[in-house]
Design a protein around this ligand. Structure first.
Ligand code: NAD
Ligand code: MG
Length: 323
């Protein structure tokens, strides 16, 4: 077995995992990456592949990705490449990885030119999401993961959205049973959407609710200022506002979303950004066609659509929810 983790997760949870793996009697070769998105790169990929070759890995080896989305994306990418593909298992240790990145089969690394530019679709044979692992996650990372959980309500399940409104205090206490329910429903929704459109030809794009505005905020303010989930939280408020103004959606979507995000420990007012830059960054988004930017909008809670909207209207929504 080929265990891949990082220098933060391994000291916290490595011994417990290794004790479990020892029961299988199979040898474990561990590769420990430095922590951080900056290491989701060629150099780490190369070192990992060479380590496996050196350790005598073969087609029967199974890769275990033990960490957050960075470890999962990189280890999955290496698994897809080594000897043209090894089986791999995701053991996600962040909330974001448990509800999002470990499911769906996207793997990859970043280039200096942009995020996730190299990679492969390579499905894990299993995902083992243990909510006990989340107890050591820093508060801010945990809240950022909650943004992706909240996302699934508006796009796919109005009952889940209502359930989250009641369950949020328990989730923030990291109550294992409540967390397990939230993770399970999130994975069911993601799996159903990905199952219908694995290679993102159409409906998979709805998983990007809040992400068009969010990516512009992340890039415009400089990566590292906002966590991805925080930018998505702000982006969802803006996209909800645009749904109201453009599609006539009940404005309760905006107020309920804001209230839920606040209880989840997430920001709901964005730092101010230059509108021209904001629009330019959104235009670079993969979803735009022939000039008009398309957004994931919510005609009614539990439904999502890709809709083009005029720039002035989108920017008015940004302004309405910025400082
Ligand atoms: P991350 O992997 O960087 O983890 C966040 C931080 O938490 C890191 O410092 C990590 O070491 C630490 N950590 C992890 N588990 C911990 C634990 N149990 N206790 C304490 N600390 C812990 O970030 P992330 O938010 O998990 O993932 C972000 C990455 O996921 C990005 O690279 C993004 O591109 C990718 N992603 C991929 C997909 C996909 O479909 N493949 C989807 C969404 C995001
Ligand atoms: Mg996301």
């Amino acid at each position: 077995m080929l265990l891949v983790s990082n220098e933060t997760v391994m000291p916290l949870h490595g011994a417990a995992l290794k004790a479990e793996l020892a029961l299988s009697g199979r040898p474990v070769d561990s590769f420990v990456l430095p922590d951080g998105e900056a290491h989701k790169n060629w150099q780490s990929l190369q070192s990992l592949l060479e380590f496996w070759a050196e350790a005598g890995a073969d087609r029967h080896s199974v890769v275990l990705a033990f960490g957050g989305g960075v470890v999962g994306d990189l280890a999955g990418c290496a698994a897809a490449l080594f000897m043209r593909g090894l089986r791999f298992i995701q053991i996600p240790t962040t909330l974001l990885a448990q509800v999002d990145s470990s499911v769906g089969g996207k793997t990859g690394i970043n280039l200096p030119q942009g995020k996730n530019l190299v990679g492969s679709f390579h499905q894990p044979i299993a995902v083992w999401a243990d909510q006990g692992l989340l107890r050591t996650l820093p508060e801010r990372e945990f809240s950022a993961g909650l943004a992706e959980v909240i996302k699934y309500g508006p796009i796919a399940d109005s009952e889940f959205f209502s359930w989250l409104e009641g369950a949020m205090p328990a989730l923030r206490q990291r109550d294992s049973e409540t967390l397990a329910l939230a993770v399970r429903r999130s994975c069911e929704i993601k799996a159903a959407v990905v199952g219908a459109d694995e290679r993102e030809g159409g409906v998979r794009a709805i998983l990007n609710f809040g992400h068009t505005f969010g990516h512009a905020l992340e890039a415009g303010l400089g990566y590292g200022r906002l966590l991805h989930g925080e930018a998505v939280a702000l982006g969802m408020v803006m996209a909800a506002e645009l749904s109201h103004r453009h599609l006539g959606t009940d404005p309760a979507l905006v107020s309920r979303l804001q209230a839920l995000l606040r209880v989840a420990g997430l920001p709901i007012r964005a730092p101010r950004m230059d509108p021209a830059l904001f629009m330019q960054l959104m235009r670079g988004d993969k979803k735009s066609v022939s000039g008009m930017v398309r957004y994931v909008l919510i005609p009614a809670i539990g439904q999502a659509e890709l809709v083009a909207a005029p720039d002035e209207m989108a920017l008015a929504c940004v302004a309405a929810h910025s400082e």
